[in-house]
Design a protein around this ligand. Sequence first.
Ligand code: R5P
Length: 292
Amino acid sequence: MKNIVIGLAGCEHLASSVATHLRATSGSVVMHNYPDGEVGVRLLTDVRGCAVVVVAALDRPSLKILPLYFLLDLLKSSGAVHITLVAPYLPYMRQDKQFNDGEAVTSAQFARLLSEWADKIVTVDPHLHRYASLDEIYGVPTVVVHAASRIADWIKQNVVKPVIVGPDGESKQWVARVAQEAGAPYVVLEKERLSDVDVHLHLPTQSQFDEQCTPVMVDDIISTAHTMIALAKTVVPLAVRKPVCVGVHAVFSDDALHGLHAAGVERVVTTNSLSHVTNAIDISNDICDALL
Ligand code: R5P
């Protein structure tokens, strides 16, 4: 079966790597934004009888989800026989229970939507906290790519005497694996989030730190960065070297990056699961391998 790869805005580079890896044809789609906020979608590639891979950046999902639906539905009605959605960042995963009365569990709602539109989903380190696996909410096969090895390689090549630090218990799954692969000690703090922008952290032990170490703060998502900023404020006094901040998904709202540097962070790096100026860790080969 012929493979066609379509990359949406911000994913052109990744889509091109995927197309090369799969020996697939790159497909073209034009999204036109009308002045009234509606979007027009036009497919310029014949997809009849083809397996189609769509690569989409799904941060800021409210703006992107309707155009994505229009495209995936158009692909099906145009004769595509199988659709794989590569969404390196899977949004809505943090809303994994009803935190307040009357609240929607949007992770499950979002999963139901995508499961109706695509036949398979490939993603990178989804925020699995209360769900053990994506199968609990996704009704189609999913493949999860892990960034830990690439992050560990980057740390080994770039950081002197690293101590890996995670902001909360949820980060332990990434922090422990990165630390093991980097051959470094790790510590995980306890977090209390009082609001979107008010985060309190507690460090259970300082025993991993000595003056010469470099704290390497690792988490899956950097959004407002208030979690990482609170972490930086905790670890800056513990070492002579300034901390390094590593995130898998560079969501970065508002002036998050500025806030991190203002809190004393030496360097902020992320994987290219989302395109951002901080991208320094390339996971495109791992995504390509997951599609073979
Ligand atoms: C939540 O538990 C996640 O793992 C991240 O810690 C969180 O999403 C970071 O958000 P923010 O950058 O807004 O503090």
